[in-house]
Design a protein around this ligand. Sequence first.
Ligand code: M6R
Length: 598
Amino acid sequence: MCGIIGYTGSLDASGKLIKGLKSLEYRGYDSAGIAVYNSELNEVIIAKSKGRVAQLEAKANGISGNTGIGHTRWATHGNVSDTNSHPHKFGNVTLVHNGIIENYESIKNQLGVAGRLKSQTDTEVVAALIDNYYQIGSDPSNAIIKAIKEIKGTFALGILFDDIPNKIYAVRNVSPIVCCKNDDGAYIASDITAIGEYSKEYFVLPELAIAEISRDGFNIYDFNGNQVDIEYIELDWDINSSGKKDFPFYMEKEITEQPAAIQRIINDYVKNDLPCFDINDKLFRDFDSITVIACGTAMHAGLIGKHLIEKLCRIPVNVCVASEYMYSMPIVNDRTLVICVSQSGETIDTLEALKYAQSNGAGSLAIVNVKASSIAMQADNVIYTNAGPEIAVASTKAYTTQVAVFYLIAAKIAYLRGILSKDDVKDFINELKKVPSAVENVIDRREEIHRLSSSLLTAEHTFMIGRGLDYPALLEASLKLKEISYIHSEAFASGELKHGTIALITSKTPVIALITQKALASKQQSNIREVQSRGAMVITIATHGISDNIDFALPTLKDDFNIIPAVVAMQLLAYYVSADKGLDVDKPRNLAKVVTVE
Ligand code: M6R
């Protein structure tokens, strides 16, 4: 939710800021803006515009200077408009903000600045608060610290002062800021994709520390003025691979990256045909129940994990939507293992739920894609999915790698608890090893899926039906279709449909049926006939040979292992519907990739 960027150095700032904002745009695309210190005029020049970075680019043309900050917005407070776009300037202070200031109304009243504020944002109030404590020539850090002590909420701030031409100040609470430098200057951003091309190493700005950033680098100190040590992290993503290459959309590119990404999970976490994490075995042995906490697609990966772990290990697994966790009076203690799943590692609801579980004694494990992200740092243990940057808002490779990790966790627990023998685990892992080529097969045959997708183009509603493990897979498939094609879609456990929802089935509601579970195939076929007899057009995606009348045949893997290829087929289905409707597949309306507000 919102991306911020900053650069100070020897080169033109606005070009770098605009370039970085294009990489950050997936965090929010309601509006964009930059502020650059122009040394000839001795003033901060702001250009901002509602809409995409491309619209800002035209307005920012000609703004020169070597120090600046930028922002791409997902609106929370105040509508989408030029005025509410960041940066915001008040008095001598100009800033960009990612996060939410909860007490902005009371600060506004206390400062008595309501009449002087131009926007309806929570952010402009922070600029006013810092300005309130700042006099030209005084120490900016003191003003920032005084202001921060009064603020309640989450924030990552990049700040310019009117009389300090060559420095940016930054401070954060919860919302992320990463930093790097090279011979040309120093950079800050909400995530490394925006600045990773400038250095092979970076660090995460510690929470509630002030960063004073000049072209020579970073001076970081705590609120008492003590120097804060920083820990550099090596960037092991190939940042060049984060481009779109020849694909029309990132989503298609990321779908095609899945065989390699799942193979990487197997290479990284399987040794001698056994699951192997750099984590003490105690974590997988010493607990009575598991709670998976996550949101959206990551939560759907958790539902697959629940099925696998419960089936293999006979341990209860509860899957909780992160935003509900704390308020559901969860049963959590030191015999609970909490597994948080998150692509970005920054989803605030997941992070807060994790902290809550930890404070109640739970052991914790994070399955995260982004290195050194907040959830990765907060959890006691982490398994990285190493899927590389995922830019499309709709998650694809993040999901399949999370699911692949759950197969390995299930096998690990079963092995450590003596439920599966070494040979059984090896058989299990050997079946998992077939998944990358099965996914490759689905992707190679994507034109078959493209043809099927044409029958969904004019649909307003679709239903998806499946049994057993197919049902949670369809929850994910349904989310994919909804978010990028704007077709209303609902996934149902097939047997549940006739308890109400079948009333909605007409000849205008396509139904997508998934069959990968042999033991449930005949029941599922009956359910398909039930909807067909109400006139529904059914698209059947099923394991080759499991059923008659298959529209898209999945490769023949054992029941539990065809879920990943099945979801990939349905990612492609959603993708083609969206692309053929002429929609912006990568940036669906109202959404943002990283959800850092509750
Ligand atoms: O970064 P996270 O995995 O924590 O994000 C959670 C959800 O916002 C995310 O999975 C979302 O549902 C997907 N991007 C939708 O495709």
